[in-house]
Design a protein around this ligand. Structure first.
Ligand code: FES
Length: 108
């Protein structure tokens, strides 16, 4: 595994999310309670961009049908709904994050 510099901590003074691309993968980098999390940006249901979703504590809610994922583990925490029917989404992939000085690096 190699670590790639993707952002600086100063970017997260105002923002809580950033969408990054590493080797063709779209990754959501989120900052919650003094910790950084990196997960696949693409919802496992129908490909919604999780970056456009809402942070709810350490969960991210898909903007398309509301499936909710735990940023720490990538686990599906709650299935969203389409016309009152629960959708089938799977877990999302997580990536390790490390901080070196002011730099944020994601392992891939
Ligand atoms: S695309 Fe994310 S819940 Fe449907």
């Amino acid at each position: 595994m190699k670590y790639v510099k993707v952002a600086q901590t100063a970017e997260f003074i105002q923002a809580r999310k950033k969408k990054i691309s590493i080797e063709g993968r779209q990754i959501l980098l989120a900052y919650v309670d003094d910790a950084y999390y990196a997960v696949d940006n693409t919802c496992t249901h129908m490909g919604g961009s999780l970056y456009d979703g809402k942070l709810d504590g350490d969960h991210i809610v898909c903007p398309r049908h509301g499936s909710e994922f735990d940023l720490r583990t990538g686990k599906l925490a709650r299935s969203g709904k389409m016309a009152f029917i629960k959708v089938k989404a799977g877990d999302i992939r997580t990536y390790p994050v490390k901080i070196e000085g002011d730099d944020i690096l994601v392992g891939i």
